[in-house]
Ligand binder design. Structure first.
Ligand SMILES: [Zn+2]
Ligand SMILES: [Zn+2]
Length: 332
């Protein structure tokens, strides 16, 4: 009997009578991280990592019944031993480990093996049953190192600043924005924020994080913004707000920027392949390193990746059909 299965409400643990990242209201929801496809409103109670608490409050309101846990802390629900482990995706993101009758199950949520210097780095957790996302589960996704991306971003900002032109970077407000801000070379110029980004940053100060940047408000004098770096969510594209920041050059920061034509389709000047998900090599490394005997693939290229895992590693692989989608372009 499988400990976990998918039903109309989400990923369900029958023995523990709880859900992980459910998409319909349920009694008990274990939450891997604060992106909107994984953390939804309407659950009777939530269990998440401590650093996801302020995000939950910001996005779902202050009146939810929420319990925060630490990485590695073990607790039990109806005989199922549970612990959260760093997923390296965004601040507070967790893989969830469950043990029952000697078998170890692991749900990754969203994750990456590369280190972003902001979120707690991914922890390898060995398991028997490995449930992995596959957002970038095609060989074409072969991301450059984060360090090289940070350097390209700063070099471009420097170039634009020299001409007195602003640099607008689009990235989702939770995760990508903090990743960008932590590595921006502040000696180049001033850093400004869209309100959605500042809201997340403010929430995260509650759990000890601080990020550079001044919120742009109606009162902000636009002539004081020259050669600056401005971080905004993708939804800021083509808005009146954005037009007030002219002259600017604009870039999208996303794993999708690796695909030919993606930058042009988004109508931006540059695309930086900065991702908070595993690329193809990282997904493969995770499958091998966990030493799982059974793999279940969720959101992304699940058909492709599960077939690959079967053929390449000769272990069982199947698909968990979920309603998660990549959150690379969401707004908080
Ligand atoms: Zn996510
Ligand atoms: Zn996801």
């Amino acid at each position: 009997m499988n400990l976990l299965s998918v039903n109309e409400c989400g990923l369900y643990c029958k023995q523990g009578d709880f859900y992980i990242d459910p998409w319909k209201p349920v009694k008990t929801a274990l939450i891997t991280h604060g992106h909107s496809d994984h953390m939804r409103a309407g659950m009777s109670s939530y269990i998440c990592h401590h650093h996801t608490l302020p995000i939950l409050k910001l996005r779902l309101g202050p009146d939810n019944l929420v319990q925060g846990v630490s990485y590695g802390e073990e607790f039990e629900i109806n005989g199922v031993k549970i612990s959260f482990h760093p997923a390296g995706h965004i601040i507070g993101s967790a893989q969830i480990r469950m043990v029952y009758e000697g078998e170890v199950w692991l749900f990754t949520g969203d994750y990456k093996l590369s280190v972003d210097g902001v979120s707690q780095p991914y922890e390898l957790v060995k398991c028997d049953h490995f449930i992995t996302e596959s957002t970038f589960g095609l060989p074409v996704y072969n991301f450059p190192t984060n360090q090289s991306i940070y350097e390209s971003i700063n070099a471009w900002w420097q170039e634009n600043a020299k001409e007195g032109v602003n640099t607008v970077l689009l990235g989702y407000a939770l995760g990508k924005a903090q990743n960008i801000l932590a590595h921006a070379d502040k000696s180049i110029g001033d850093v400004f924020l869209h309100g959605a980004v500042d809201n997340v940053n403010q929430a995260l100060t509650e759990v000890g994080y601080t990020f550079a940047g001044t919120r742009i408000t109606a009162d902000t004098r636009r002539d004081a913004i020259r050669g600056a770096l401005i971080v905004a969510p993708p939804s800021a594209m083509d808005t009146p707000w954005l037009r007030t920041l002219k002259p600017y050059r604009i870039a999208m920061c996303s794993g999708w920027m690796q695909l030919r034509g993606a930058r042009r389709r988004r109508g931006v000047d540059r695309g930086f392949v900065l991702s908070d998900h595993c690329d193809w090599a990282q997904l493969n490394q995770a499958v091998r390193d966990t030493e799982a005997k059974q793999v279940y693939v969720t959101h992304g290229y699940e058909h492709n990746f599960s077939k690959w895992v079967q053929d390449e590693y000769h272990i069982g692989a199947s698909i968990f059909k979920t309603l998660y989608n990549d959150a690379e372009e969401e707004n908080v």
